[in-house]
Design a protein around this ligand. Structure first.
Ligand code: FES
Length: 253
């Protein structure tokens, strides 16, 4: 049952629902498969977990097609079917124990999945630096991130924060990350991968924008990997099943 709903910008919405079992199992970076009630849309919409508070799960999503369009019409009290959490996520203990300067990047609809990561790192006693990239002055989730991290904003039109992208803002800040974690458009992830390689530090990237069925069935999300899949012996991985979080150097993007 949807417990809360709001519209964050012209095409971005958020809904909350309660599930004790999902809330207990969820890791940042994982996603939920949401089935809309229209039976002509059999496949679920994979939506990343934005935040977990008690037994309440928060999902933020952009309307990109008929499925998310229908989801955006649902109101508090409406019922949805969900499965999850799905996919791999970020290993917060590993990150906390191995890296000094933790830097997160979120671009556009890649911003929401980084919130739970910032929250869990903060709960572990860390204060990550977070770079958020927006198109224009319609910011969303910035205040939520400020509870857990030091936030830097970049906008494409320069209306707020640094004019440019999240890497422009990183270079302006002078920060020296020990690890980078990112979710956002493919162009941004390519640039993060390149930046990490130049700095000789690891980058973990979430390819969640590029999923389709979300259940390992359509192969619409396959990406090329440097390692061979043990089962099929090919250099492929399904983003929805083996991902969405990958070590950047292990995927070709
Ligand atoms: Fe269909 Fe991954 S989204 S197999």
């Amino acid at each position: 049952e949807i417990t809360r709903k709001s519209k964050l910008s012209s095409d971005i919405y958020e809904i909350y629902f309660r599930s004790e079992s999902i809330a207990k199992a969820a890791k940042p970076g994982q996603f939920i498969n949401v089935y809309v009630n229209d039976s002509s849309k059999l496949l679920p919409r994979p939506i990343s977990i934005c935040e977990v508070t008690g037994d309440e799960i928060r999902l933020d999503f952009r309307v990109v097609g008929a499925g998310t369009g229908e989801l955006a019409t649902y109101e508090v009290g409406d019922k949805i079917s969900v499965t999850g959490p799905v996919g791999n996520g970020y290993d917060v203990d590993y990150i906390n124990n191995n890296f000094k300067h933790i830097v997160l990047f979120g671009g556009g609809i890649g911003i929401p999945p980084m919130l739970q990561l910032a929250k869990e790192l903060s709960a572990a006693g860390r204060k990550p630096s977070v770079f958020l990239g927006y198109r224009d002055s319609h910011l969303f989730l910035k205040e939520d991130f400020e509870k857990y991290s030091k936030v830097y904003v970049a906008t494409e039109d320069g209306s707020i924060g640094t004019k440019g992208n999240v890497l422009t803002a990183l270079s302006e800040s002078g920060l020296q990350p020990s690890v980078m974690m990112a979710c956002g458009p493919m162009m941004m992830l390519r640039a993060i991968k390149q930046e990490a390689s130049e700095r000789a530090i690891p980058a973990y990237i979430s390819l969640e924008e590029h999923m389709a069925c979300g259940i390992g069935a359509c192969l619409g999300c396959v990406c090329r990997t440097t390692k061979k899949d043990e089962h099929s012996q090919v250099h492929n991985a399904r983003i929805c099943t083996e991902g969405p979080v990958f070590l950047a150097e292990e995927v070709e993007i």
